[in-house]
Structure formats: C-alpha cells, structure tokens
Design a protein around this ligand. Structure first.
Ligand SMILES: [Zn+2]
Length: 181
C-alpha cells in the first residue's frame, strides 16, 4: 500500500509545490472502510493539490476525488457515487500555537478559515486527504431520482398527470420533503 506522501515543509519551494497524486486503491479502501464504503473498481481516484508556504504556515489547497460504492439507504442495493472535495487548509506549526494566543481576538475564527496544525515540520497528506474524503462522503448514499422505483403500471401517463395530479396541492411541500428524506 502506498498512502499519499508526507512532505517536509523545508522542501516546499518558494513558488509552491503542485502535486498530482493518484490515490492508491488499497489506501483508499482502508479510508473508506470506516464509512462502510468501498472503492468502485476501475475508477481512479486522484488528488490535485498544491502546497504553499506563508511565513510559518503551509497552505494546502486543491481537489481530491474518487468514486465509491456504498449501500443505497432506500433500496439497499449498491450505488456508485462520486466523492469530490475542493478545499483550502491553512496549517500552522503545532509549536507556534501557544505563541499565538495573544492574537486570539482576530476576527477570523478557525471555523471560518480552515486552520489546523502540523507537527514535526511535516505535512502528512495521507491524514489531510483522508479527512477531506470523509467530509465529502455522502452520509446517506442513495440512487438518484425515485428509489425504490415507484410501482406505476406502464400505461399510466406520468408526465404532467398520473399520480402527481391526485395529490392535494397543499401537501406538495410535504411530498418534496418526503422525497428528500
Ligand atoms: Zn437505491
């Protein structure tokens, strides 16, 4: 298994370090196990990111995408879904966090600006890409459209008619909610 690499901060050049990292299937499989998902075979996950230094901080930005197979919450069959995250992380050296306390009053909270820390002068891309994939993974995987398929006889018109017409219009908002669930 070859997880995404760890990058030593002092190897990041001043102009930044662009990286295109194919995601190792075995690594991805391990990441997805925690979310009860599997790698969809023959899909090639990839991270396209760049690392930039800003004083002591390191900014990791880019995208990570993959295709996962999960159990559809509606029909319990497998459903294959894209997982894609676009992110910008501002990582500060762990050692400097205490020194920064006096500046706590700055307007941006860590929620607004995605800040976190790195340790040992190293950016562990395996850790950060894993986290981004987990954040982007669907909580309730589900086939698109109506699932399970409604049992409508084929001779019943469904466009601008059929069952929709019989529903009291006052219930329409409820129906929308029910479909989303
Ligand atoms: Zn389904």
């Amino acid at each position: 298994m070859s997880p995404p690499p760890s990058i030593r901060v002092d190897t990041i050049p001043e102009e930044g370090l662009p990286l295109e990292l194919p995601l190792d299937d075995a690594w991805l499989a391990q990441v997805l196990t925690d979310a009860n998902m599997r790698v969809t075979p023959a899909t090639h996950g990839v991270a396209r990111i760049r690392l930039d230094r800003a004083d002591d901080d390191v900014i990791v930005s880019g995208t990570v995408k993959s295709v996962v197979t999960a159990e559809c919450v509606a029909c319990l069959d497998d459903v294959s879904l894209p997982v894609e995250a676009e992110f910008t992380l501002v990582l500060s050296p762990a050692a400097s966090q205490k020194a920064r306390r006096p500046n706590e009053e700055v307007e941006l909270t860590s929620d607004e600006l995605d800040t976190d820390v790195f340790e040992n002068d190293t950016i562990d891309l395996s850790h950060w890409l894993r986290e981004q994939l987990m954040l982007a993974a669907p909580l309730h995987p589900r086939h698109e459209g109506d699932c399970p398929r409604p049992l409508i006889p084929p001779n019943v018109p469904t466009v601008n008619g059929g069952l929709e017409r019989e529903i009291d219009p006052r219930l329409a908002p409820l129906m929308k909610l029910a479909k989303k669930e």
